[in-house]
Ligand binder design. Structure first.
Ligand SMILES: [Zn+2]
Length: 579
């Protein structure tokens, strides 16, 4: 599961309830009626038999391999991740699961752009003072080049014509280096943008480009975090997914402001606090005020722009090399037996990547052990999906098809699921539900007083997130299956989009939900070994994994055999849901 990233985004009226849907045949079997009587042992008889192929022992064997040091923490991209992908594909082939990636393979290839900085040939100069890349400033984009000029400060840098907001009034940015409080991509909190970019509003980046500025100095809201990250990153390359950066036509205009997206076309940097202070020494605003404007609360009056002392000339040189690399989702389909319904899919998902073996990739080392094995996160989901694929392939074939997707790059920002849902290899509209399994292998032991395990679920308990957000029927079916089967304790604590932990946004199901697919996310809770080397296969509660995987298997079977797909009766508005 992805680390929580502070975004401070106010989400209002997230869920718009629609009138209740007509009762389906499925509901006719009666949730309330079922609750009143003891579970009849014959429920799901055939499915139970198939579910029994999902065993603690079988999963233990797989997980010990996937979470071994050999995989080096399955960072995206890495040889260990590719090896894991090959392993999954091999097993799918043996199980006769149909390849459903690109060109008849199990892999959906994802091109990555890899940026490396050349410190030797990069630097900055303000008068006599020299600044070093990595120490005094960071590259904010992927543009190499040199720029020199006088400096202007443009407040938050956003122009909104309808509101008469124009921080460039009386300023000429031509041939200048422009400083803005913000990342240049995400508008300040509380600044409404409506209409067309370029006509009704303008971002600092597009304004600078159109008006002949030479470079940008960005002071993002996430300034502190960017510098903390940089301290770890050292000289390691950074990766992005180019095909996720260009907005598809079906996404709303608001989404054009992806945070952290670097400025295209212009050399852009993020200064250190010391460089910022040097730049603004003796000016109407000092470095602290410029930074303060970037992190100001919604509605705060933005500072006015001004030209800095004309004798200050800033010179920037950035040398970056950008190359291409690849990673992949692993995708397979077990075709349903019903000739019509097999065009519909019940999707099962997990992420097979993790955070590697370095603080730069998100692994928090403890002592000498530096490999984050990711047994629970999300080796447990990866393994559960393989066990379910086996149970489905050997058991009675359901009417609908089962789609298995092992996502890559989840830890980097839900890359694999965003990629799959934007470039799906099966029609997304025909995916009736997505069940996401991310961390189901750990349980809180009795008497455990470690505060880090406070929110970890017990051996018979699991967090259920998102099941009630989009489809009442899906939520009820999930409840009924559990009640009539293993009767785990479903914990709905995090089933709430405004929860401070923001779990709904932190794993792959989120991207399916964004596209209107009803989802359920199964999750065991954050624990002491989360994103640490201690998340190892010996600490997994395999009995719990078995219980949860079997339950999800029965639910998937029921969904795949139901006469009708679950009705989506609530929508998540296309909000600016920054992860
Ligand atoms: Zn994680």
């Amino acid at each position: 599961m992805r680390r929580l990233i502070g975004v401070g985004l106010a989400l209002t009226s997230l869920f718009l309830a629609l009138p209740p849907a007509a009762p389906s045949a499925r509901q006719g079997r009666g949730v309330k009626a079922a609750a009143a009587v003891a579970a009849p042992p014959a429920t799901f008889a055939a499915e139970r038999a198939a579910a029994e192929r999902i065993t603690a022992e079988g999963m233990k064997e797989i997980l010990y391999y996937i979470a071994s040091d050999e995989m080096a923490g399955r960072n995206t991209p890495s040889p260990g991740l590719n090896k894991t992908a090959e392993f999954i594909a091999e097993r799918l082939k043996k199980l006769k699961v149909k390849p459903a990636g690109d060109k008849g393979s199990y892999f959906q290839r994802i091109a990555l752009s890899k940026t490396e900085v050349d410190r030797e040939h990069s630097g900055a100069q303000l008068g006599e003072r020299a600044f070093k890349l990595g120490q005094d400033f960071l590259a904010a984009g992927r543009v190499s080049g040199e720029a020199e000029g006088q400096v202007v400060y443009a407040g938050h840098g956003w122009v909104v014509r309808a509101k008469n907001i124009d921080p460039y009034q009386g300023l000429d940015v031509r041939d200048k280096i422009v400083v803005v409080s913000g990342d240049g991509v995400a508008p300040p909190q509380g600044l409404p943008l409506a209409g067309l970019r370029g006509t009704d509003w303008e971002s600092p980046i597009s304004y600078a480009q159109k008006n002949g500025a030479r470079a940008l100095v960005l002071v993002p809201r996430t300034f502190e975090r960017r510098w903390r990250g940089a301290a770890f990153a050292g000289s390691r390359p950074s990766f992005t997914v180019p095909r996720l950066e260009n907005m598809p036509s079906d996404d709303d205009a608001e989404e054009q402001q992806q945070p952290e997206q670097p400025a295209q076309g212009l050399v852009s940097i993020i200064p250190s606090r010391a460089m910022l202070d040097a730049l603004f020494a003796g000016e109407p605003l000092d470095g602290a005020a410029v930074l303060g404007a970037a992190t100001a609360a919604a509605g705060a009056a933005p500072p006015k722009g001004f030209a800095l002392d004309a004798s200050k000339r800033l010179r920037l040189a950035l040398k970056l090399s950008v190359t291409e690399e690849y990673t992949q989702n692993v995708v397979g389909v077990l075709e349903g037996k019903d000739s019509a319904l097999r065009q519909e899919y019940v999707a099962l998902g997990a992420h097979y990547d993790h955070v590697g073996e370095s603080p730069a990739t998100g692994c928090r080392p403890v002592g000498a052990d530096s490999i984050c094995n990711g047994a629970d996160d999300d080796g447990s989901g990866t393994t559960a999906l393989l066990a379910m694929a086996e149970a489905f392939s050997k058991g009675p074939r359901p009417r609908r098809s089962i789609l298995f997707v092992w996502h890559a790059g989840e830890e980097k920002g839900l890359w694999g699921s965003e990629y799959f849902t934007r470039y799906p290899t099966v029609p997304l509209k025909q995916v009736v539900a997505q069940l996401n399994i991310d961390m189901i292998g750990r349980s809180r032991k009795e008497g455990d007083t470690n505060p880090a395990n406070r929110m970890l679920t017990g051996p018979d308990e699991i967090y259920v997130i998102g099941s009630r957000m989009m489809s009442t029927q899906l939520a009820e079916l999930n409840e009924r299956v559990n009640r009539e089967y293993l009767n785990l304790k479903y914990n709905y604590h995090y089933d709430e989009p405004n929860d401070p932990e923001r779990l709904f946004y932190r794993s792959d199901h989120f991207n399916y939900a964004k596209h209107g697919v009803p989802i359920i996310f199964y999750f065991d809770g954050v624990h002491e070994d989360y994103h640490r080397p201690g998340d190892s296969p010996d600490k997994i509660d395999y009995q719990k994994m078995q219980k949860v995987a079997r339950t999800v298997f029965i639910l998937a079977s029921e969904l795949a055999n139901a006469p009708a797909r679950p009705v989506v009766d609530k929508q998540i508005p296309a909000d600016r849901m920054t992860r």
